[in-house]
Design a protein around this ligand. Structure first.
Ligand code: F6R
Length: 611
């Protein structure tokens, strides 16, 4: 949430910062702003997107070799020009951009008001700017000390970029809870919330840790803790290609990412699965596999789509490896005094690796002595660094706010983990294990086939794009897919949608069904097939409209549903990987036909770094 970019060097800062903001716009798009250090610091900001900011600065002075930029997802204060970042301290000494939340801002604000400070915006960030300035002027200290002292008084999360008008040769950056990466160039440094704005300039990066403060001049980097202990910067090489963060000819990132799933799944199992020897090797878990195999209980935590992947994980671990699993929303888990035993295994799932609630839940579980594993997409993000061990999904950067390829890559990892554990625990026959491993490697090809039928999805989207409500039903492994289908539709098209276990329908939601209610039923051939056929009949008996995702060649459901979307059959345990594709496509086309901005849905942002 909120994207921040900084630059210091000899080049023109403006284009570097604007391009960086465009790459980070998925993190928030309520307002955008930029500050360029010159004789006077030039600050331009406005409500709206980065493109609005570009229009706003047309004809204005955009010189400067040092600067910062911000794209906002509003927390404190409505999205408007005044609340946009950068925020400037009352007497103009400090200019600052911020990603995160200062939780004790109202107390700090009151103290500053008592000392004569006046505030223009409703933001917590302006409070921090004024606090730094107050300490700077009152304590007659330099900018770095003022920043560090101010941060000792702050409760909350921040990724910060700060300049001081009396120390024009430097940028100060700090991190706690919100990600910040430094790009190391020759005679220049870059700063950003993630590596995507940096990668076109340099592949050498430093990931800041919590409580780190960096003082950057164009040819010097000093890294220390808030309490002034000097640190040695750890420079890492990133393996991120610029092509992976462009649309590559697709109209939207979401569509590109839906179509990338065969590649993403393939990259996620490549080098880990060996069909010839019927083995799976997960290097990141090597040391914890014995403990995992003996676990009395696994608790999976995540948010949103990652939580849905966790639900699929529950079916996989219990079905294939016979280990009891609980799946928890990270935000609930962290606040409800969960009973965590030291022999519990916690698996945290997150695309971004920065979700605040998931991170907090991980810290809680670690404090209770549990072993915490991560399934994460963004290399170098916080969750892989806080967990004991884990597995990366190799989906590549996911820019569309609605998660698609991250979900299927997460489910691929969970499937591999369940198969590894099934082998260790002897809960699957060699023959069944081989069948599943082999078919897992065939899933990318099956998805390719499903993706060829886009026209079918467009036709259905055209018919139901004006519906006000949708119901999604599934059973067993396909229940989490129903939840995911409903989430995809509501978040990008703003149509209300609910996912339900199909059998639960008659305990309430059936009352909603009438001739206007499209009901998407995921009804491929599995052990609940007969049951779900009955559920479809129940919907039809109440005049509901049935759109069914069925196995190729199904005639039974075809004779009763209004529309069928046929997909190739797979083993039940692998069916979430294929059945979710039609639901992603359907949501995408409905949202496009309704004129929605699918990559940047209203009120949302990717990477939820506030709780
Ligand atoms: C939905 C979506 C969100 C995320 C959730 C968790 O399409 O993208 O629900 O899944 O915010 O994010 P991560 O996986 O980054 O922890």
């Amino acid at each position: 949430m909120c994207g921040i970019v900084g630059y210091i060097g000899d080049k023109k800062a403006f284009p570097i910062i604007i391009n960086g903001l465009k790459r980070l716009e998925y993190r928030g798009y309520d307002s955008a702003g930029i500050a360029l250090v010159n004789e006077e610091t030039l600050t331009y900001k406005c409500k709206g997107k980065v493109s609005d900011l570009e229009n706003f600065v047309k004809g204005k002075n955009i010189n400067g070799n040092i600067g910062m930029g911000h794209t906002r997802w509003a927390t404190h204060g409505e999205p408007n020009d005044v609340n946009a970042h950068p925020q400037i301290s009352q007497n103009g000494y400090f200019t600052i951009i911020h990603n995160g939340i200062i939780e004790n801002y109202s107390r700090l604000k009151k103290k500053l008001i008592d000392r004569g400070y006046k505030f223009e915006s409703d933001t917590d960030t302006e409070v921090l700017a004024n606090l730094i300035e107050y300490i700077y002027l009152k304590g007659k200290v330099n900018a770095e000390i003022a920043v560090r002292l101010a941060l000792t008084k702050v409760i909350g999360a921040y990724g910060l970029v700060i300049t001081c008008k009396e120390e024009k040769d430097k940028i100060i950056a700090a991190r706690k809870g919100s990600p910040l990466v430094i790009g190391v160039g020759k005679g220049e440094y870059f700063l950003a919330s993630d590596a995507t704005p940096i990668v076109e300039h340099t592949k050498s990066v430093i990931y800041l840790n919590d409580d780190d403060v960096a003082i950057l001049k164009k040819d010097e980097l000093i890294l220390k803790t808030i309490s002034n202990n000097r640190l040695t910067p750890k420079i890492q090489k990133i393996d991120l290609e610029i092509g992976k963060i462009d649309k590559n000819g697709f109209e939207h990132f979401m569509l590109k990412e839906i179509f990338e799933q065969p590649r993403a799944i393939n990259d996620t199992f490549r080098g880990r699965v060996n069909v010839d020897f019927s083995t799976i090797h997960l290097g990141g878990l090597y040391n914890v596999i014995p403990k995992l195999a003996d676990a009395k209980r696994i608790i999976i935590i995540g948010c949103g789509t990652s939580w849905h992947a966790g639900l699929v994980g529950e079916y996989l671990f219990e079905d294939l490896a016979r280990i009891p699993v609980e799946v928890e929303y990270a935000s609930e888990f962290r606040y409800r005094k969960p009973i965590i035993n030291s022999d519990d295994i916690i698996i945290a799932i997150s695309q971004s690796g920065e979700t605040a609630d998931t991170l907090a839940a991980i810290k809680l579980a670690k404090e209770a002595g549990a072993t915490v594993l991560g399934i994460c997409n963004v290399v170098g993000s916080s969750i892989p660094r806080y967990t004991d061990a884990g597995v990366y999904t190799h989906a590549g950067p996911e820019i569309g706010v609605a998660s698609t390829k991250a979900f299927t890559a997460q489910v691929t990892v969970l499937t591999m983990m369940a198969l590894v554990l099934a082998e260790k625990r002897n809960t699957l026959t060699e023959k069944d294990k081989l069948k599943l491993i082999k078919e897992l490697t065939e899933i990318p090809g099956i998805i390719e086939k499903i993706l060829k039928n886009s026209e079918d999805y467009k036709k259905i989207a055209e018919l139901y794009k004006d519906a006000s409500n949708f119901l999604y039903l599934g059973r067993g492994y396909l229940f989490p897919v129903a939840l995911e289908g409903a989430l995809k539709l509501k978040e990008i098209s703003y149509i209300h949608a609910e996912g339900y276990p199909a059998a639960e329908m008659k305990h309430g939601p059936i009352a909603l069904i009438d001739q206007n209610m499209p009901v998407v039923v995921i009804a491929t051939k599995d052990k609940s097939y007969e049951k779900i056929v009955s559920n479809i009949q129940e919907v039809k008996a109440r005049n509901g409209i049935v759109i069914a995702v069925v196995s190729e060649g199904d005639t039974v459901i075809k004779s009763m549903a209004d529309h069928v979307l046929e997909i190739p059959d797979t083993y039940e345990a692998l069916s979430p990987l294929t059945t979710v594709i039609p639901l992603q496509l359907l949501s995408y086309y409905i949202a496009v036909m309704r004129g929605c901005n699918v990559d940047q849905p209203r009120n949302l942002a990717k990477s939820v770094t506030v709780e």
